[in-house]
Design a protein around this ligand. Structure first.
Ligand SMILES: Nc1ncnc2c1ncn2[C@@H]1O[C@H](COP(=O)(O)OP(=O)(O)O)[C@@H](O)[C@H]1O
Ligand SMILES: [Mg+2]
Length: 260
């Protein structure tokens, strides 16, 4: 497994409507990328298409992950291959506790590597969970609650990052993990992401706002407009967006807008 995610000329339609119109992006282990852009430009569509959501139809292009065709795999296989998506709108699973959910997910991943794997022993799981929850400043009682059931916006996002921390993927896509967070929750979630970041993890942060980038420092910043990445650069690009908004991007790439 080389951990490299390569998106080449990706075109995606939702209900026969073309949304992504040729996206090229490569995320390597250890790299932190930010994908920014106005609402409805296709950022979440990219995330869902990469995870294999059935509503998102690939009409052209390819995605190679670990040197293999990602698009051949179902969502569970993509997850076991090391791809992780933190959802913009996490779903509640009443009746399944956070701890149970995480233990099931860990076991599924380990069984994918070793079909004989008996399941993580309870003491090992407890130690692992405590360590990750401490990292995210989460009270332990959180583990006993039903996943996302009645969680606040901040708790849902923290639960997503807890999944990220326990599953240890090689590429993590964080879709609007900052949206709806107050400043304290944003800091805690960002510190959690920074704590799991490292040479073996590639991170793609999808965000509308520059705010989260005060806490998480991407080396690479991309701007999506109308289903295409129209600008790529360093962190200065995010600063420029904060200062000037998206108007200059729309103006510069006006053709792409009128084509919509
Ligand atoms: N599940 C869906 N059903 C219908 N339309 C969708 C769906 N997902 C995305 N779209 C459409 O695709 C476009 C891009 O949406 P999205 O990827 O959510 O943008 P962003 O995340 O950048 O705000 C929008 O016009 C949106 O209405
Ligand atoms: Mg979105």
């Amino acid at each position: 497994m080389n951990g490299k995610l390569e998106i080449r000329d990706l075109h995606v339609s939702v209900e026969d409507k073309p949304v992504l119109k040729g996206v090229d992006l490569t995320v390597k282990p250890g790299e932190v990328h930010a994908l920014m852009g106005p609402n409805a430009t296709g950022k979440s569509t990219l995330a869902y298409a990469l995870m294999g959501h059935p509503r998102y139809t690939i009409t052209q292009g390819e995605v190679v992950f670990n040197g293999e065709n990602l698009l051949d795999k179902d969502p569970a296989e993509r997850s076991r291959a090391g791809l992780f998506l933190a959802f913009q709108y996490p779903v509640a699973i009443p009746g399944v506790s956070v701890a149970n959910f995480l233990r099931t997910a860990i076991n599924a991943h380990r069984r994918a590597l070793d079909p004989e794997y008996k399941g993580i022993p309870v003491p090992e799981f407890r130690t692992l969970l405590k360590q990750k929850m401490d990292l995210l400043e989460m009270p332990y009682e959180f583990a006993g609650r039903y996943l996302n059931d009645g969680f606040s916006g901040g708790e849902k996002k923290r639960a997503e990052i807890l999944q990220l921390a326990t599953l240890e993927p090689t590429v993590a896509i964080l879709d609007e993990t900052d949206s709806g967070l107050d400043i304290d929750a944003l800091r805690i979630v960002s510190e959690g992401v920074n704590a799991v970041a490292g040479p073996n993890l590639g991170i793609l942060i999808i965000t509308h706002y520059q705010r989260i980038l005060n806490y998480i420092k991407p080396e690479f910043v991309h701007i999506m407009l109308n289903g295409r990445i129209v600008e790529s650069g360093g962190s200065d690009l995010a600063k420029q967006l904060e200062a000037q908004g998206y108007a200059w991007v729309r103006e510069k790439h006006g053709e792409a807008v009128s084509e919509a």
